[in-house]
Design a protein. Structure first.
Length: 381
């Protein structure tokens, strides 16, 4: 490619990123007065500043964005630039990163699978724990048994690696937590037994959840179940309805599949029905497309992340990172986590590995810089 054309393209993209950065910065502080809020009224809360220009340079090096002549920057280009900017800001801020939470399916492992020992993310999660960062799995999978056995099966590779580690301290091992059913069941690794330990809800339940009545919770699930059964019959779906303690779902029969359009129709119908109901205004719920099925859960991942933050001595949103794959505004259950923490939007387990590698590289770089500064200060003295 002609170098002059390439340089010109790079200059144009750099100018665009800088303009976006200035618009974004004007939205900090009083968000209602920022240009970004006026341009995108639905924009969520920013917990940190985002070094967009630096992040663009990193992703441009990987994806050759400015070298392309016929294909403009894509949604994925922008998504990855924002991901990189968020990881940079969390490491470079004055307040240390204390908690990283992860979705399960499509984030840590493929949809419907489990976290196996050979999964490359296991090593990265151990490194986070080694750096005294809490690791939380915030999953829609709702297993109410206090034994935690079903979660241990899904996370066996990680549980075994933590238990067998000779590097992690007892405190670091017990920095692994699992929040199940969006925000309903909390477990913590117990180094004395090598298994997950059920945590009494009184230790972590948020005030806004504490007043929910069991009657209202069951009414939400009853409405959700009625919608799922009606849609199953109306759309003639090869599926069955599964009711759990804090959720109800429609899942395909063995060997069958529900098409994406039908899944989205079910989600939108359930969401609209519950939003217009009296009980739906009292109880937080989450209707989402799981890729192969649809679930209506009590609570959501905003509450799940907030509950973890409260339980872990009131960690702030700007000290928390949530990693997930479902951030579309409709039918996605990671979306509301944006209201509780910084987030990165990934599209596969491989991308999760990449973004955690970026985060760890910035952590190592920041730690080295901190040591150099200390040595410099001591030398000056």
């Amino acid at each position: 490619m002609n170098s002059k054309v390439s340089d010109f393209s790079f200059s144009i993209y750099r100018r665009s990123i800088l303009t976006l950065h200035l618009v974004y910065l004007q939205g900090l502080g009083d968000e209602s007065q920022g240009r970004l809020k006026h341009l995108v009224p639905s924009i969520g809360k920013f917990f940190t500043k985002l070094p967009l220009e630096r992040a663009f340079y990193v992703q441009d090096e990987k994806r050759s964005i400015s070298a392309r002549r016929l294909v403009s920057p894509s949604f994925n280009d922008i998504r990855l630039i924002l991901n990189t900017a968020q990881t940079m800001s969390l490491v470079g801020g004055r307040e240390p990163l204390k908690l990283v939470t992860f979705d399960g399916d499509v984030t840590l492992y493929e949809d419907g699978m489990s976290l196996t020992p050979e999964n490359p993310i296991v090593e990265r999660l151990l490194f986070l724990l080694q750096n005294n960062i809490y690791v939380g799995i915030v999953t829609a999978a709702g297993y109410s048994e206090i034994s935690g056995e079903k979660y241990e099966v899904r996370l066996k590779g990680l549980i075994d690696a933590v238990n067998d580690s000779e590097i992690l301290t007892q405190t670091q091992k017990e920095s692994l937590l699992v929040m199940g059913g969006e925000s309903n069941f909390l477990f913590r690794f117990d180094s004395s037994t090598g298994h997950l330990k059920w945590i009494d809800p009184q230790e972590w339940t948020l005030p806004e959840i504490a007043h929910w009545s069991e009657e209202d919770i069951q009414e939400v699930l009853n409405i959700g179940q009625a919608v799922l059964e009606n849609e199953k019959n109306k759309l003639n779906l090869p599926a069955t309805i599964l009711r759990k303690e804090r959720g109800v779902g429609i899942i395909p029969l063995p060997g069958k599949k529900i098409c994406r359009e039908s899944l989205e129709e079910i989600v939108l119908t359930a969401q609209r029905k519950l939003e217009t109901s009296a009980v739906g205004k009292k109880i937080h719920f989450c209707a989402f497309n799981g890729g192969a099925d649809v679930w209506v859960d009590i609570g959501d991942k905003r509450l799940g992340v907030l509950s973890l933050q409260k339980y872990l001595n009131d960690i702030n949103g700007f000290q928390t990172l949530h990693v997930g794959d479902q951030f579309a505004s409709v039918g996605a259950n990671d979306f509301k986590a944006r209201l509780a923490a910084c987030t990165v939007w990934i599209a596969s387990p491989a991308e999760t590995v990449d973004i955690i590698d970026e985060l760890l590289a910035y952590l190592i770089e920041a730690n080295m810089y901190s040591r150099v500064r200390k040595v410099s200060v001591i030398g000056d003295v």
